[in-house]
Ligand binder design. Sequence first.
Ligand code: FAD
Length: 460
Amino acid sequence: MSTNDTLQTRRSPAALRAEVGGEVHCPGEPGYDAARAGFNLAVDQRPAAIVVPRSPKEVAAVMRFARREGFRVAPQRTGHNMGPLGRLEESILLKTNAMDRVSIDTPCRRARVGAGARWEDVVPAASELGLAALHGSTPDVSIAGYTLGGGMGWYARKHGLAANHVTAIEVVTPDGEIRCATPERDAELFWALRGGGGNFGVVTALEFELFPIEDIYAGVLFFPIERAREVLHAWHEWTAEAPEDVTSVGRVLQFPPMPEVPEPMRGKSFAVIEAVFLGEVAEADRMLEPLRALGPAMDTFAVQPPAGIAELHMDPRDPVPYDSAHAMLGELDAAAIDAFVDAAGAESGSALISVELRHAGGALARAAEGAGAVATLPGSYAFFAVGIADPMLAEKTDADLARVEGAMAPYEAGHYLNFVEEKADAAGFFPPTVAMRLEAARDTYDPERVMHANHEIGAR
Ligand SMILES: Cc1cc2nc3c(=O)[nH]c(=O)nc-3n(C[C@H](O)[C@H](O)[C@H](O)COP(=O)(O)OP(=O)(O)OC[C@H]3O[C@@H](n4cnc5c(N)ncnc54)[C@H](O)[C@@H]3O)c2cc1C
């Protein structure tokens, strides 16, 4: 049957209601617009229908309906990476929000979370128990979406990617089967999901390791943006000696003059160093000396439980219209830092909210035994830039992003799937042999290409 025949004869997605117990929203219905909204307000997704299943069984029913009626299935929780999906007119948007159960097994140091759980649903509870998870900079991404794409967090240089500390994945494959993928069961699927994301099925729950971390030493040094060159050179030189116990970020941050931004920061611009230290406080203080000697305008470093760093990176919590640019970068020389500041610093004319370099390397550069498809990240730094993309600023943001991207292009070492927010060939995120193995896994588990992932592997 041709696609056109399928479109003419298939049932309306409203028929999903008869087959799936959870909420269903179709175009033109009152709840549709609210249900289709996601974190990036610059993206206008208009799926054929939106379903909010409450269990793996209901997910399986959606899969059966989609295959039979010729729709694709796009799993989504928050929409933090909705940009690459397009309008979704031929896809059912499967929102995982309702599957948000969380349990923590303290003696085994494991968490089991539903696909709808976000880091803020686990990190504070684990922290109370003296445990930490490999979360990233924002508390409100889903653990599933973050982890399936890799998961580069505040302990990344010490412990590597979150994907490689997953112990089991409950997933509904497009054939409607509910599987438990582990190193022993459906091992190839278990490997592929950890980096290959939503290409192989809808994950309904994840189980992963927690770490015995009661306290960390973490904070931010704020400097006036006019000092960005001096500060970022100092930070860059400092990272050359930084042990794996510390994961840090050097960035230029320009807070928009919006009421959502706290008063002391609103409309102000800074050069910023953020860091999280595991290990001894005295040693961390000793290491911070050369950076503190620069005389920051504000120093927020303090000993705190893991839950204390939820807002360290100051990511926006409410949906915003934005556009971004990213690349993993290799070793940087002084000229690279100059190029960064020329493109994003005080005299660049940039209106970007954040242009940052995250220190990578350490455990991110070593493949752990039993690692998934994203075993390591290339390069030594992750570059990420973001700006407002409302109708007033979109053109200016595009130009600013192109300028910073161009400045960093000579140092490009690859891309990290989670940080790519536009349509891209996912094969480019992996070494060629890994990309081929992922495509073979897709052929096994999703031969009809039912899954509509943000970054598609083996697209036809
Ligand atoms: C402000 C901000 C801060 C961020 N900070 C970090 C960071 O520190 N470290 C980092 O590594 N990343 C970070 N990210 C990137 C983030 O990890 C990705 O955007 C991730 O995809 C978000 O997952 P989500 O489910 O919340 O997003 P969604 O847009 O809802 O999902 C993204 C994709 O994940 C897949 N997916 C989600 N849920 C499922 C599921 N249940 N089954 C199968 N596939 C699924 C789908 O392919 C989906 O298209 C950040 C992003 C933003 C916008």
